[in-house]
Design a protein around this ligand. Structure first.
Ligand code: M6R
Length: 608
């Protein structure tokens, strides 16, 4: 989604801003811009459609030494991607960048038009800039105009702006859209995502909703919407440069697939104990009595986070018999008349911790008094701050738009939570034993799969990259990974892919099988093997181009068979999923796609 950067200090702002925007590229965008101001309030505004490199090229011929500025990468909502709609917007004295959506912008636009404002873009953001400019004509400070405007708008915002009336100040504000401020000697850095701050400073302040910050070379002062001073908490930024660099890999996606053994170890570290077959999650903040009382676990997320919840739900129901699990798509749940039974705990799953629909569900569940725990990666994110407790998955920065290492660790974290509940309920150590042991083994098993299958998958990918359609099929615990695999192929391969439960094939999708389709079939050698195998045979009989991913030694007839050697039993789908990630990656590369920033997508979906 859109990204914001800002700088006020003694260095050249333009280069710092463009550097910051490059760091935010992974979030997805379609245009970019920067506005800077010198000490005499002379401004330079540069905007361009397309990549930040286009903007950078323009900056080469419009270099400035200005030390104040704001910048933006835009992911179009109101109005097409174009230079005209790109931020910063300039209206009167004001230059502004905005993330989020101003829902009542039409009414405000109508009102401002009566006061002779003429709009050059189709955006809601330009209206906000105009509103601040309009109010600022009658206020003694810009802060007063900003608080006045923010009280009039309905919607979500993260904003940064400056006025030519004061060349020594940038004002920022947030509601429902993240903003982080980095503090250094005589400098303030502003960003919507911590990755833009790395290397500049590690002293940061996370803005809360409805806070406004006035930034100057002396630092930042926070206010509430009534312009009353608010105390700021300075925290240490736990993100290093290494985490946001490719380190020899061709793409972040491949790097992150390969990081999974390490990232999963950090999720599990200090939390599972194979000697005692026990799990302890420090951040859950629930007593044994409270854990024992849980009867329902509701798992909420979007996209890959939703599938991770579904996958873990399949595991948890295997080791607990008095807990009902439901996995919910946040964008649906938030508008449904859903019912929450007593003794429910909600697990709010989000890598970024900023997904708008997931956040809305969290807020609604909290309003109803439901205990909400976060399964979050981004430390300090909105969801992480608003939940009652939770588990950080600690996978480090996930830069590629396609989520991989977060999925694996989300499944592990939710499964650990299930184990902790089962433990509190007095489940036998023996029953938990296999899960704890397999979680412990999983990083090493993923390592082995990466080492042993990568070359084979790359070859298969080259051959199958010609297809425009795919069916991903799995039964039982293979079903969630069929859905997740199909999602990965869609987003990076741009191939229409459907995920289906094997038993559902005959209820419709088998009609799709023809020479335009290939099939990815997850076939685990377990108690359902015979049933799954017969679905495969039925597909083959209809001319399927099947790629079977399996852990069996038995004879299988299919176009391709990828055999995985693993010590795992119940967590086998987790290693199959890694093979499926590699397949999507290598197909995307073979098709020449923009692997890390797939078209039309954003890393963090902060608007509905
Ligand atoms: O940051 P979140 O985990 O809340 O994001 C949820 C989805 O937007 C995300 O998983 C999306 O589906 C990924 N691009 C899939 O790879």
């Amino acid at each position: 989604m859109c990204g914001i950067v800002g700088y006020i200090g003694h260095k050249e702002a333009q280069q710092i801003l463009i550097g910051g925007l490059k760091r935010l590229e992974y979030r997805g965008y379609d245009s970019a811009g920067v506005a800077t101001m010198d000490k005499n309030a002379k401004t330079t505004l540069l905007r361009s459609k397309g990549k930040v490199t286009e903007l950078e090229a323009r900056a080469q011929t419009h270099k400035t030494k200005d030390t104040v500025g704001i910048g933006h990468t835009r992911w179009a909502t109101h109005g097409e991607p174009s230079k005209r709609n790109a931020h910063p917007h300039h209206v009167g004295d004001i230059y502004l960048v905005h993330n989020g959506i101003i829902e009542n912008y039409q009414d405000l636009k109508h009102m401002l038009a009566k006061h002779d404002y003429i709009f050059k873009s189709d955006t809601d953001s330009e209206v906000l800039a105009a509103l601040i400019d309009y109010l600022n004509k009658d206020t003694s400070t810009l802060l007063e105009a900003v608080t006045g405007a923010l009280k009039m708008v309905v919607g979500a915002y993260g904003i940064a702006l400056f006025s030519v009336k004061d060349p020594n100040e940038i004002i920022i504000a947030r509601k429902g859209s993240p903003l982080i401020v980095g503090i250094a000697e005589g400098e303030v850095f502003i960003a919507s995502d911590a990755s833009a701050l790395v290397g500049h400073t590690d002293r940061v302040i996370y803005l809360h909703d409805s806070e406004i910050g006035v930034c100057s070379r002396e630092g930042i002062q926070l206010y509430d919407l009534d312009a009353q001073v608010v105390d700021a908490e300075v925290e240490k930024l736990e993100l290093d440069l290494q985490a946001i660099q490719k380190e020899g890999f061709d793409h972040f996606l491949l790097k992150e697939i390969y990081e999974q053994p390490a990232s999963l170890r950090s999720t599990l570290s200090g939390r599972i104990n194979v000697k005692t077959n026990s799990v302890k999650l420090g951040g859950v903040n629930m007593s044994d009595d409270e854990l024992r009382d849980i009867r329902n676990i509701m798992i909420v997320g979007c996209g890959t986070a939703y599938y991770a919840g579904m996958m873990a739900g399949y595991f948890i129901e295997q080791f607990t018999d008095d807990i009902t699990i439901r996995s919910e798509v946040a964008s649906e749940l938030r508008y449904r008349s859903f019912h929450v039974p007593d003794n429910t705990v909600a697990l709010i799953v989000s890598q970024s911790g900023e997904t708008a629909d997931t956040l809305a569900c969290l807020q609604e569940l909290k309003r109803r008094g439901v205990k909400c725990l976060g399964i979050v990666n981004a430390v300090g994110s909105t969801i992480a701050r608003e939940v009652d407790g939770g588990v950080y998955v600690h996978v480090g920065a996930e830069i590629s738009v396609a989520s991989t290492k977060a999925f694996t660790s989300q499944v592990a974290a939710i499964t650990m939570f299930g184990l902790m509940v089962a433990q509190a309920k007095g489940a036998s150590v023996k029953a938990l034993n296999t899960y704890v042991k397999e979680l412990y083994l999983l990083p090493g098993e993923i390592e082995a799969v990466l080492e042993n299958t990568s070359t084979e998958i790359k070859k298969i990918a080259k051959e199958y990259a010609r297809f425009e359609h795919a069916l991903y099929v799995g039964r039982d615990t293979q079903f969630p990974i069929a859905l997740e695999g199909a999602l990965k192929l869609k987003e990076v391969g741009y191939i229409q892919a459907e995920g289906y439960a094997a038993g559902e094939l005959k209820h419709g999708p088998i009609a799709l099988i023809d020479d335009r389709f290939f099939e990815v079939y997850f076939l685990q050698d377990n108690w359902l093997y015979e049933k799954s195998q017969s679905n495969l045979i039925e597909m083959n009989a209809r001319g399927a181009h099947a790629v079977v991913i399996t852990n069996t030694d038995k004879r299988i007839s299919a176009e391709k068979v990828v055999r995985i050697k693993t010590k795992l039993e119940i967590l086998t789908p987790m290693v199959f999923n890694v093979v499926s990630q590699l397949l999507a990656y290598y197909i995307a590369v073979a098709r020449g796609n923009d692997v890390d920033q797939p078209r039309n997508l954003a890393k963090s979906v902060t608007v509905e």
